[in-house]
Structure formats: C-alpha cells, structure tokens
Design a binder for this molecule. Structure first.
Ligand code: AMP
Length: 418
C-alpha cells in the first residue's frame, strides 16, 4: 500500500480527469460504492478464484457481520443496481481503491486503484463494442501506443461448462507432465490452467480443447458481431482462445488490454467481459452486464515506459514575498486568488533570501515582492522567475491587471508549444 504525494498525487488526479472525459462523452454516470461490503457480495464472484478464496481482506466487525474490503468493484456495482434499480440501460463508471492480499511486486500491490465502467441491461453486441472501444480510446488518450487488445468468447454458461469439463479431462490425462502449480490450479479451476505461462505446461495447453468448438450458435453469432463492430470503428484486436480471465462470472465476450512495454507476467493493463448471471446471483432480475476495469498503477508504469502521460506541471503562477510582516502578502495573495490566479506566499516573517528560495521552489512564473520601500510608495516589485524579462515596479492598485498581462506573455513552454 503506497502513499501518493505531490506530483504522483496530481498525476493520479489527472488520470481520473482523462478517464472522466472519455466515459462522460459516452453518457456514463459515476457510481461510488462503499469500500466495505458484506462478504456475500464477493463470494458470488466465485469461491474458486484466488481473488475470493485466498486474497480477500475479510473480517468480522463489531456487530458480528462478516465483511470484506472490496477486491474489485463489478460485484459492488451489481449489488447497488439490485438495491436501487436505476433505469436501463444503466451505464456507470467508477474509480477507486481495491484490496487484495497478494504478494507485492512491481505492478502488484495490496491496495491498488481501478477505473472502470459497467453497462447493465442490453445484450446487444454493440454494447460490447462500445465498452471495449472506450477502454481502447482511453488508453490511447493517455498517449499509450504499445497496447494490444486480446479478445475471446467463453460462450454461454452451458458451453463454458462443457468446455471446462473437456479441458479438465484433457489436463488430467496429462497430469504427470503438468507443473506442480497447474496441478493445484486444476483441482480448483481447470480453465485457469490455460493461463499458465510455465514452459512445461505449454505443449499440454496447446493441445487442449478449443473454446470455439463449444460455442452455441447464439454465442458464436454474438462474438462475430462484436468483432465486426470493432473492425468497423478501427479498433484492432487479436483473438486468443486461451484468454479466460480470473473471475468466475464471465460469459461470452472477454477481453484484455496488454502492454508491450511491461514484463509479460504483469502486462495486463486491464480487462473485462460479459457477466450475464451476476445481477441474478445477487438477488436481482436476470440482467445482462458487461464492463472492464483498468489498473491505474500498472497503466501509469506503462506510461512511464512509453514516456506518455507525464501528469500536470505542479505549482502556482505567482508567489508573494513580503518582508514587512506578512500583512501585505495576506492581502495581495487573497486579492489575486479571488481574481482567479494561483498564488502562494511566504510565511513566518522569513528573510528575503529564504522567501525567494521558496518562490523558486513553488514553480511560480512571477514573484511579487513587498519590502519597506514598496510599502512606503504603494508599489510592488515584479520579478520574473523564468525567462529574462527585467524586474519592474508596479503600482499596488494595478497588480491584479498587470499580473494577468504578464502571465499571458509568459506562458509555460508546454502551453505555448501547441
Ligand atoms: P482484474 O480485476 O483482476 O481483472 O484486474 C484488472 C486490472 O487491475 C489488472 O489488469 C491490473 O492492471 C489491475 N490489478 C489487479 N490486481 C492488482 C494488484 N494487486 N495491484 C495492482 N494492480 C492490479
């Protein structure tokens, strides 16, 4: 679990802003579910998944309720949907922390943030296309280019059941050659073995039954429309029958966004799929759903590797230095802030030198200095901290207007370039 300070926190906020821009443009509304839920909400995800069986932060609260910190948010969104029954289609986005007791490593934390969307209601394959395209366009909007969309369909529940059985039979027939980990996984969830990256498993996985041989006519038709929809809007994809994803509730379309800039073990930036049974499992009416979740930390690591999305430049525009006791800094900084400027100031009656140092650190373009002379003559000294404009003496009453003019001339480089 990490602290975010300064530039990192600002970048995290900008990440949300970028996400909201993309999902807001497609009519999604925000949902803020609680971080703590009844354990039952998550056990529906599937007892056979690591997320639920091994990684959950769950405990009994003071009232004797068995609760858990959410390991993901789709189940919470569905639980909230069942409780509030918003109009269909319900298109929602979220952003916030999840908790999983995993082995921490680069790109894997015990508290991590996800942004995501869910659409409840329509079974229309165009919804699948919209959801996938939003994820794709969002990652592109961050400036990421080395991203691959991997696509699969798990068929309908009955298809998936028969496929799981066939995969289980196949794997058991080759038990002796499987890795120890995969033998263990096989007991709990045969499909997850298809995710194994261990070399000894590779030939057995390559010879395993293929999901497309198990698709119902309807599931095959749905998937075909998803693919042609993506083609129509120019979102490139690669089909991979081995993409099964961690959570149990998926059916039909599943997808993952992978980064070529990350190690293959942690290269999934995010993913999602259709989960037509989840709302019903949580006590609601049968309601199809689809969504994705994108991991914020991991996506920012990919951004670092691709030198994308540096985050906003921090700091203020103006720094007020007052060596006359601070009362002038109080008045001038307040006046400028009320006029719409971003302003910081020195505190504690520190020396001119110390306050100028602070002004430099603040990132300000402009220092406004008030000493005894300025106070006596009703002026401020304007010192330009970037560039070579010589300092000027301004009438105190004109400061607001002259600051606006000076900042218009002295825009930071990243704003004047475009
Ligand atoms: P999942 O909900 O397991 O499908 O994960 C979706 C995305 O969330 C992954 O692709 C990661 O980017 C991110 N994610 C999942 N678990 C973690 C974790 N423990 N630490 C950091 N990011 C994670």
């Amino acid at each position: 679990m990490r602290d975010l300070l300064g530039d990192e926190a600002a970048r995290r906020r900008a990440f949300d802003t970028a996400f909201i821009e993309v999902v807001g443009a497609a009519g999604y509304e925000q949902i803020v579910p609680p971080i703590l839920e009844d354990i039952g909400v998550f056990s529906r995800i599937g007892e056979a998944t690591d997320v639920v069986s091994k990684e959950m932060y769950d405990f009994v609260d003071r009232g004797g309720r068995h609760v858990a910190l959410r390991p993901e948010q789709t189940a919470s969104v569905c639980r909230a949907f069942v409780e509030h029954r918003p109009a269909l289609p319900y298109k929602a986005w979220y952003s916030g922390p999840n908790f999983r007791y995993e082995k921490p490593q680069r790109g894997r934390q015990r508290q991590f943030d996800q942004v995501g969307i869910e659409v409840l209601g329509p079974e229309d394959p165009h919804v699948d296309v919209e959801v996938i395209a939003i994820g794709w366009d969002f990652l592109a909007s961050l400036g990421l280019t080395d991203v691959e969309l991997v696509l699969n369909s798990l068929g309908d529940p009955e298809d998936r059941r028969r496929f799981t059985e066939a995969v289980g039979d196949h794997l058991r027939a080759h038990l002796a050659k499987l890795s120890e980990q995969s033998r263990e996984t096989l007991e709990r969830n045969p499909l997850r073995v298809l995710d194994s990256k261990r070399s000894e498993d590779a030939p057995i996985i390559a010879a395993a039954p293929r999901i497309e041989d198990f698709w119902s006519t309807e599931a095959a038709e749905h998937f075909s429309e998803v693919r042609s929809g993506l083609d129509r809007i120019g979102v490139p994809w690669r089909a991979d029958g081995g993409l099964v994803r961690g959570l149990d509730y998926y059916r039909r379309t599943t997808f993952e966004f992978r980064s070529g800039a990350l190690d293959s073990a942690q290269n999934a930036l995010g993913g999602g799929g259709r989960y037509d049974g989840l709302v019903e499992d949580l006590g609601g009416p049968a309601t199809p759903g689809i969504g994705f979740a994108i991991g914020v930390e991991r996506t920012l690591i990919a951004c670092d590797s691709e030198s994308a999305f540096p985050g906003p430049a921090g700091g203020v525009e103006v720094f007020v230095v007052d060596t006359t006791g601070g009362s002038e800094a109080l008045a001038l900084s307040t006046e400028l802030r009320r006029g719409g400027r971003t302003v910081d100031r020195g505190f504690g009656g520190r020396s001119m030198k110390a306050q100028m140092k602070a002004a430099d650190r603040s990132g300000a373009q402009l220092a406004l200095i008030i000493g005894d002379d300025e106070l006596a003559s009703g002026t401020v000294t304007a010192r330009f901290l970037r560039g070579d404009r010589p300092q000027e003496q301004w009438a105190r009453t004109e400061a607001n207007r002259l600051v606006a003019e000076a900042l218009a001339d002295h825009r930071p480089p990243e704003m004047t370039e475009s």
